[in-house]
Design a protein around this ligand. Structure first.
Ligand SMILES: NC(=O)c1ccc[n+]([C@@H]2O[C@H](COP(=O)([O-])OP(=O)(O)OC[C@H]3O[C@@H](n4cnc5c(N)ncnc54)[C@H](OP(=O)(O)O)[C@@H]3O)[C@@H](O)[C@H]2O)c1
Length: 253
């Protein structure tokens, strides 16, 4: 396994939720972590709880000049770049009749195209470090939830990219992986105006009986999956499910 100590890691959407949990996990194990997102407040708050191993910058993955700064500053902070965790994401729910083209394009821009273009910006450094890129899929590709087609489609795209890019980048010893989480309480639905954080918590916790293990997960548990894919040197092209068995389709009595 590759050592986490001193590893340079760039995490988009690292100010909150799953990205914030990953930043804390990697930094606590000695990695040099750079986090980014569009709002300064959550980034500064997360960075202040972690300490000097973390650097933050405000940036939007849909903007070319911001992507350039993300890579430049993570290379400076970590003395190179070994792991790109392309985690930034948004949700948009709609039934077919109400599809809004701008919303759909915006969702694909932030969830898929932004990450692809950030990989382009990073690839030279990842080749140099024989590093890896990790995407974030979703249990939405395994279980169908009505009105979730826009979000699920973006996650399906990322899970497909994982295999194709692994095939393309293997000759450079650059690995590609994807973590596929189940339900974790974060701000994603709140930011999209779909619910309050309490409603989000209640809805997710109410899904306990849909999990083989009877409960939703934590950001720390998702971070452990990132760690495995970031350090396992013969692992590429994997979509690693970490969902307590939600994707299995069970319904507990
Ligand atoms: N929570 C779950 O149950 C769950 C399950 C499966 C997969 N996921 C995935 O996990 C990832 C993290 O989501 P989360 O649940 O942790 O929600 P979250 O706390 O809302 O995190 C998403 C992060 O992405 C950032 N972001 C959004 N658009 C961005 C952009 N254009 N440029 C840069 N940063 C951007 C947000 O910060 P700003 O708004 O400040 O930019 C935010 O920090 C997402 O890809 C999500 O689809 C979540």
């Amino acid at each position: 396994m590759r050592a986490l100590e001193g590893m340079s890691v760039l995490i988009t959407g690292g100010g909150s939720g799953i990205g914030g949990g990953a930043a804390t996990h990697f930094a606590n194990k000695g990695a040099r972590v750079t986090i980014t997102g569009r709002r300064e407040e959550p980034l500064a708050k997360t960075a202040s709880t972690i300490g000097t191993n973390v650097h933050y910058l405000v940036g939007d993955v849909t903007k070319a000049e911001d992507r350039k700064r993300m890579v430049k500053e993570s290379v400076q902070h970590g003395d190179g770049l070994e792991v790109l965790i392309s985690n930034a994401g948004n949700i948009y729910r709609s039934d077919v009749e109400d599809y809004d083209e701008e919303q759909l394009l915006g969702l694909f821009h932030s969830n898929v195209v932004g990450g692809m273009m950030l990989l382009k910006e990073s690839i030279h450094h990842l080749k140099e470090s024989k590093g890896c890129v990790l995407f974030v899929g979703s249990v939405h590709t395994q279980r169908a939830f009505p009105n979730a087609s826009p979000y699920a489609a973006t996650k399906g795209a990322l899970e497909t990219l994982t295999g194709v890019l692994a095939a393309e980048l293997g000759k450079y010893d650059v690995r590609v992986g994807c973590v596929r989480p189940g339900g974790v309480i974060t701000e994603i639905n709140v930011r999209a105006g779909l619910s309050t954080i309490d409603e989000a918590r209640e809805r997710l916790e109410g899904m306990g009986n849909m999990h083989a293990l009877g409960r939703i997960g934590t950001v720390e548990e998702v971070a452990e999956a990132f760690e495995y894919l970031a350090t396992a040197e013969w692992a590429t092209g994997n979509v690693l499910t970490i969902d307590g068995g939600l994707g299995l389709g069970v319904t507990q009595e």
